[in-house]
Design a protein around this ligand. Structure first.
Ligand SMILES: [Fe+2]
Length: 378
């Protein structure tokens, strides 16, 4: 069993304050903060800026992160990072900001264009220290060795996978997530649930990842509707952040599987938000993967429904009902994906061999077409 390192982690309603002692322990004075304009506009960045500027830290702000950040956009961040002679990088926002910050931290010391970092273990040198402050509860990026970038030319999402980009510190402060719009709470929460389900059913699941994945399923299942219905429910928001964190550690170790492989072409070509693409593919892939893994899906159903009298199908029924309660579109037709592109999507998914290798049931091209067809109209 191989265990991926985890950052120093702070959780709670005053956790943001921990950023300062952490930076002081590093003697970090000049910082690059990577975020998006929405986080600045919502006043979330201001909380961080106040803490840092009161302490006399020098801040270089990049607030131009876009969803599904492209290689070109992230190159802009790395250019800024390399020129600015910074001591540390802070990523505050959703997974796109945190992933961009991870690459910026890696680009100092590692030479060349960032597309050279794509793939597994391509980084030769350590990153400078990076602090992740998620404002959504979903990607788990604050604890994973992965940054996902969009390749605009190939219309594909590509991953930089290296322990050298794991953040040094993760700060999970639920007060930063109260303003998250309902649909983002739904999509990102479903992404986190997908991470936990996939980590638990992955062929690389282990005695380390299993308890984390199951606890994540329980936390998310018990709290996602509460956080969706009432965004200011701090207890539910904190539970969602913890669920997302545990799911992140679980999948950093066990990997995600076919749901993510099938979601990537939907994001890369049709710009369907990551959590939404996962939500639509999740129940269909669960049905496929259940064959031969009934016990594992029954374990998941016990956590989702908090009762013993369940079976593998109960887990699928739970996910379908949850998606409906969160007003998430049910199928690919509702996402306005043309029916005639199913073969292209299937070919795209089959290229995500890194994730399909983790899937508990083998998937061939014909299976992939059937899975997308099942997700098209259901
Ligand atoms: Fe994900």
């Amino acid at each position: 069993m191989r265990i991926i390192p985890i950052p120093e982690i702070y959780v709670g309603s005053t956790a943001l304050n921990e950023v300062l002692p952490f930076l002081d322990r590093l003697s970090a004075e000049k910082l690059l903060v990577v975020t998006d304009k929405g986080i600045v506009k919502a006043g979330i960045y201001e909380n961080l800026e106040n803490i840092l500027s009161t302490a006399g830290k020098t801040i270089i702000l990049f607030d131009g992160v876009q969803p599904d950040p492209s290689i070109t956009l992230v190159s802009e961040v790395t250019d800024l990072a390399r020129k600015a002679d910074i001591d540390a990088v802070i990523g505050i926002g959703g997974g796109s900001s945190i992933d961009s910050a991870k690459v910026a931290a890696a680009s100092i010391g590692n030479e060349g264009d960032i597309d050279k970092y794509i793939g597994i273990d391509q980084l030769k040198k350590d990153s400078i220290p990076m602090i992740a402050i998620p404002t959504t509860a979903g990607t788990g990026s604050e604890v994973t060795p992965i940054a996902i970038l969009s390749d605009e030319k190939e219309h594909l999402k590509k991953g930089i996978v290296s322990n050298k980009i794991i953040p040094k510190c993760a700060i999970l402060d639920p007060t930063l997530t109260v303003g998250m719009p309902q649909h983002i709470t739904a999509f990102t929460g479903m992404d986190a649930l997908t991470h936990a389900i996939e980590a638990y059913t992955s062929v690389n699941a282990s005695d380390y990842s299993d308890p984390l994945a199951l606890r994540a399923v329980t936390l998310i299942s018990n709290n996602i509707r509460k956080a969706y219905k009432n965004g200011t429910d701090i207890k539910a928001r904190e539970a969602m952040l913890k669920g997302s964190l545990l799911a992140g550690i679980a999948f950093a170790n066990a990997g995600v599987t076919a749901v993510h492989a099938f979601a990537y072409p939907l994001g890369g070509t049709y710009h369907i938000p990551h959590g939404l693409a996962n939500s639509v593919m999740l129940p269909v892939v669960m049905e496929y993967n259940m064959v031969g893994s009934e016990d594992k899906f029954t374990d998941l159903a016990r956590c989702m429904l908090d009762k013993e009298d369940v079976n593998a199908q109960s887990a699928v029924a739970f996910v379908n009902k949850l998606s409906s309660d969160l007003n998430i579109p049910r199928n690919l037709a509702e996402l306005e994906i043309p029916g005639e592109v199913i073969s292209d999507l299937a070919e795209g998914a089959m290229k995500v061999t890194r994730l399909l290798a983790n899937n508990p049931r083998k998937i061939e091209l014909e299976d992939a077409k059937k899975i997308y067809t099942a997700a098209y109209k259901r």
